[in-house]
Design a protein around this ligand. Structure first.
Ligand code: MLC
Ligand code: AMP
Length: 506
């Protein structure tokens, strides 16, 4: 049984049990979530959504947004969530590429998104952060029961876009089996069960918050404490009644800076998980010294769900991402030739298993490029396996910046900067950042006679790129360092400006 919703329903506890609680005191039981998802599924069908259709969703975090996710898979359609920070021009690309039947957006954006929808022949409905809006109104008129559309294990449940190192964003096609197999593996490994109360402060438009956190909790009949966003005070307030939390490294960086983080404050917690970006060994050690908890670091990506995890029992080693999950094959190969490397040698990480996606939406060539003939997916991450079998990520073979757990592709930012009148060329790099792990930084060469400053560059990017992608700092240089082949040497730039974000006096 691989249908995501069949599994959720099959594992539902007592229907009165809370599935989601909000800090404002709202409690949504499993029974209510089930009925809500049925009503939303009915609403989707009313809006002519049929199996295989894409439902593109750019809404704030709410229990209703989770119900919409469940409703989409119940209707046999494909859930396509988008970061709420994306600008209209960014959204337009996804609409054009995915050709959704229905777009669900925040009421505040109904007008411009509505125009966009009509241009691309899509329907539009709205959903706000309180769970209101036109889609909720339509759902309220539907019955609380819905006959779920049958889906096979390889049928798609979701498409999540991930930007490309060159060119366009790619939609990673994730099947029901990709999602269920991974959530079940994680739930077993991390010992999730009905007594778990998970602090959920992640956004729900990415793998981490939507699949790792939400699917694991729903498939184990747990309760999620649903915060709209990360808030250290609120998280510490909730810890005495929670058992677990999943977060990106920035969560932990901020928590260890908080005076309220103590052994007593975390006494009721049994598990802290970190992923989506490298957790500094220093943060791991500080957190353990302050709380007695060793953060469990795991490694995944949009295309593959989770690949490896430190053990639940046994050493959780700082700076490593642990062992391949049960059912996941992982190997390290030579980046150029693809040949296996000697044990203990750094190389490209490749993975294969039920967790690995079905390819990029309507990009067969790109898909073929990223898979080996024997079915292994080339992750673009560089790693090494030690004598005990622990995997460490030691770098990236792809030009990518990860800022606070969000991926930013330098090429996309460079393309925008290069279009600004007065800019000759640019290089975008990630530099060590005390809060975000890496800070997006632009190194810009101005055209002869141009006199742009940092503010002018930032202003020009407004509305074109989501704020988290915009450079935190802009550095002006006379020329970019290049090698003999004329390729910009980003490593040289990263070395030169390595301490740009170091706190003053550090
Ligand atoms: C927000 N801002 C960021 C940012 N998040 N800038 C850079 N990087 C980020 N990640 C900017 C905003 O644009 C704004 O800028 C300012 O910071 C304050 O915004 P905010 O909303 O108050 O930020 P904050 O709540 O502090 O958010 C930081 C954060 C958040 C780290 C808590 O970004 C977050 O929740 N990240 C999680 C991302 C995630 O879920 N990744 C999983 C991907 S899945 P301005 O200029 O407007 O003031 C994946 C696979 C896997 O990777 O393995 O899991
Ligand atoms: P995304 O495309 O948003 O899914 O990001 C996936 C990328 O995040 C991976 O390819 C890795 O580069 C990175 N990543 C995820 N988890 C970790 C981790 N624990 N340590 C280092 N990098 C990670």
């Amino acid at each position: 049984m691989n249908h995501l919703y069949h599994l959720v329903r099959g594992r539902m506890p007592d229907l009165a049990k809370p599935a989601i609680e909000t800090p404002a005191g709202r409690v949504i039981s499993y029974g209510e979530l089930d009925a809500m998802a049925a009503r939303f599924a009915g609403a989707l069908v009313t809006r002519s959504v049929v199996p295989g259709d894409r439902v593109l969703v750019q809404v704030e975090k709410s229990a209703e947004a989770i119900a919409l996710y469940l409703a989409t898979v119940r209707a046999g359609a494909i859930f396509l969530p988008l970061n709420t920070a994306y600008t209209l021009s960014e959204v337009e690309y996804f609409v054009g590429d995915a050709e959704p039947k229905l777009i669900v957006c925040d009421p505040a954006r109904a007008e411009p998104v509505g125009l966009l929808a009509s241009r691309y022949g899509a329907e539009i409905e709205t959903l706000d952060e309180q769970g209101g809006g036109s889609l909720a109104e339509l759902a309220a008129q539907q019955p609380p029961l819905f006959a779920d559309v049958e889906r096979g294990p390889d049928d798609l449940a979701a498409i999540l876009y991930t930007s490309g190192t060159t060119g366009r964003s790619k939609g990673a096609m994730l099947s029901h089996d990709n999602l269920t197999s991974n959530a079940l593996a994680l739930a077993a490994l991390w010992r999730f069960g009905p007594d778990d109360v998970l602090i959920h402060a992640l956004p729900i438009f990415h793998t981490h918050g939507l699949f790792v956190a939400t699917n694991v909790s729903l498939l184990t009949a747990g309760t999620m404490l649903f915060l709209p966003k990360f808030d250290a005070d609120e998280i510490l307030r909730l810890m005495p009644r929670a058992t677990s939390m999943m977060g990106v490294p920035t969560f932990y960086v901020r928590l260890v800076e908080h005076a309220g983080l103590t052994r007593e404050a975390t006494e009721h917690m049994r598990l802290f998980v970190s992923g989506s970006a490298p957790l500094l060994a220093e943060t791991h050690r500080k957190f353990e010294a302050m709380t007695g908890h060793a953060i469990l670091e795991r490694y995944g990506m949009t295309e593959t769900n989770m690949n490896t995890s430190n053990p639940y029992d046994g050493d959780r080693i700082p700076g490593t991402v642990g062992f391949p999950l049960p059912g996941v094959e992982l190997r390290i190969v030579d980046q150029e030739s693809g040949a296996a490397v000697a044990a203990g040698t750094i190389g490209m990480i490749e993975v294969k298993g039920p967790n690995v996606f079905k390819g990029y939406w309507r990009m067969p060539d790109k898909t073929a490029e990223d898979f080996r003939p024997d079915g292994f997916f080339i992750t673009g991450d560089l790693g090494v396996i030690d004598a005990r079998g622990y995997v460490s990520i030691v770098g990236r073979g792809k030009d990518l910046v990860i800022s606070g757990g969000y991926n930013v592709y330098p090429k996309e930012v460079e393309d925008e900067i290069d279009q600004i009148p007065g800019v000759a060329e640019s290089a975008v790099i990630g530099l060590p950042h005390p809060d975000f792990g890496e800070g997006v930084t632009a190194v810009v060469v101005l055209a002869k006679g141009a006199s742009l400053d940092e503010a002018a560059i930032r202003d020009a990017l407004e509305g074109r790129l989501a704020r988290f992608k915009q450079p935190k700092r802009v550095i002006f240089v006379d020329a970019l360092p290049r090698n003999a082949m004329g390729k910009v040497q980003k490593k040289a730039l990263r070395d030169t400006y390595a301490s740009l974000y170091e706190p003053q006096g550090a």
